[in-house]
Design a protein around this ligand. Structure first.
Ligand SMILES: Nc1nc2c(ncn2[C@@H]2O[C@H](COP(=O)(O)OP(=O)(O)O)[C@@H](O)[C@H]2O)c(=O)[nH]1
Ligand SMILES: [Mg+2]
Length: 320
């Protein structure tokens, strides 16, 4: 079979600005002394949550240029990802997954999803409502402890986007944590968010791709609707999901929400809710261990391909 140049296979995948930023953010974050190169020690730290650094052996060890101290520039760093993508896409995806957790943010219109994503990347709060019309990602680092940093990739899913998402049986395979946001002052927002939670939990029970879930009670600065606490308690008890986390982006009260999101995403998964039907239908629960291995065909592959393409562009520039 005739094989085209590797570039030909890479260019078929769409890339996003968020994806490009992702690996650059990683590089900068682990470049602790800001010298624009990653020392072997910094690289080791970067992969400290992976089973082992994927680049300590050949073909990766000698594949890219390093300076005399064995340090990697950003270009070399991106080139290693590109090579890994080419030679071993599975390893590439797994390596990316090991340093990040993808989470989906569900909730009805105006619940406060975008406000949550914006605050995650340090954007100021805005009173004005801007509808989110397309896929929106927000990526940042969450410090669990000094040694344990995790990349959390939040993806806002509009209420209308849920049906499309769930049309694919494996859509939740690329999700480590599902977050359900609602406006605590608005009963219909709460009801809609609860319906979404049920939908996702049922989908998980039907497909085997079960996801830990967290509920976020947004706009805690406003008066809650009367029944909210009672209903929240009932639901969290019935579904065996943690009590909703109250936050107010407006007042800057986050109640440790990002930390709690990452903790819930990390195995072992203690926050997987169950419907009544699910409880009586055990097999799915026991068989499927949604470990990180499955995760993120969508997000991670996008990232990987970005690097590959960036590298192609860089090489073209260099040779042209
Ligand atoms: N009072 C108050 N309003 C908020 C808060 N967070 C978001 N909002 C407002 O609620 C509206 C909808 O927020 P947005 O995040 O865009 O909702 P989304 O549709 O779920 O993405 C906007 O006008 C925000 O200013 C909050 O913590 N307190
Ligand atoms: Mg939005």
């Amino acid at each position: 079979m005739e094989k085209g140049p590797p570039e030909a296979t890479w260019t078929s995948v769409e890339l996003t600005d968020e994806a490009i930023d992702f690996l650059e953010t990683i590089f900068d974050e682990f470049d602790g002394d800001f010298d624009k190169v990653l020392q072997p020690r910094e690289l080791e730290e970067l992969f400290s949550t992976a089973p082992e650094s994927p680049w300590i052996e050949n073909p990766y060890k000698d594949a890219v240029g390093r300076n005399i101290f064995g340090e990697l520039s950003l270009d070399a760093f991106l080139s290693e990802w590109a090579l890994m993508t080419l030679l071993n896409p599975t390893l590439s995806v797994e390596s990316l997954i090991n340093i990040g957790y993808p989470g989906f943010v569900f909730g009805p219109r105006k619940a406060g999803k975008s406000a949550l994503l914006n605050s995650f990347i340090g954007r100021p709060y805005s009173e004005a409502y801007n509808e989110t019309n397309e896929d929106r990602f927000a990526v940042n680092i969450v410090d669990i402890s000094r040694e344990n940093k995790k990349y959390l990739v939040l993806r806002e899913i509009s209420e209308g986007g849920v049906t499309k998402l769930l049309a694919n049986k494996k859509s939740l395979a690329s999700c480590d944590i599902a977050i359900f946001v609602y406006d605590r002052s608005d009963e219909s927002s709460w009801k809609a968010s609860y319906e979404l939670l049920l939908k996702i939990v049922r989908h998980g029970e039907d497909t085997g791709f079960q996801v830990p879930c967290l509920m976020v009670a947004a706009k805690d600065d406003k008066d809650s609707f009367t029944m909210v606490i009672e209903e929240e308690t009932t639901v969290s008890q019935d579904m065996e999901v943690d009590a909703p986390i109250p936050i107010s982006v407006k007042l800057g009260n986050f109640n440790n929400v990002f930390h709690r999101i990452v903790s819930a995403a990390e195995p072992p998964h203690l926050s997987i809710p169950e419907t009544e039907a699910g409880k009586t239908h055990k097999p799915f629960h026991t068989v499927i261990d949604r470990s990180l291995k499955f995760v993120s065909a969508v997000v991670a592959v996008a990232f990987v391909v970005v690097v590959a393409r960036k590298n192609v562009a860089a090489r073209k520039n260099a040779s042209g």
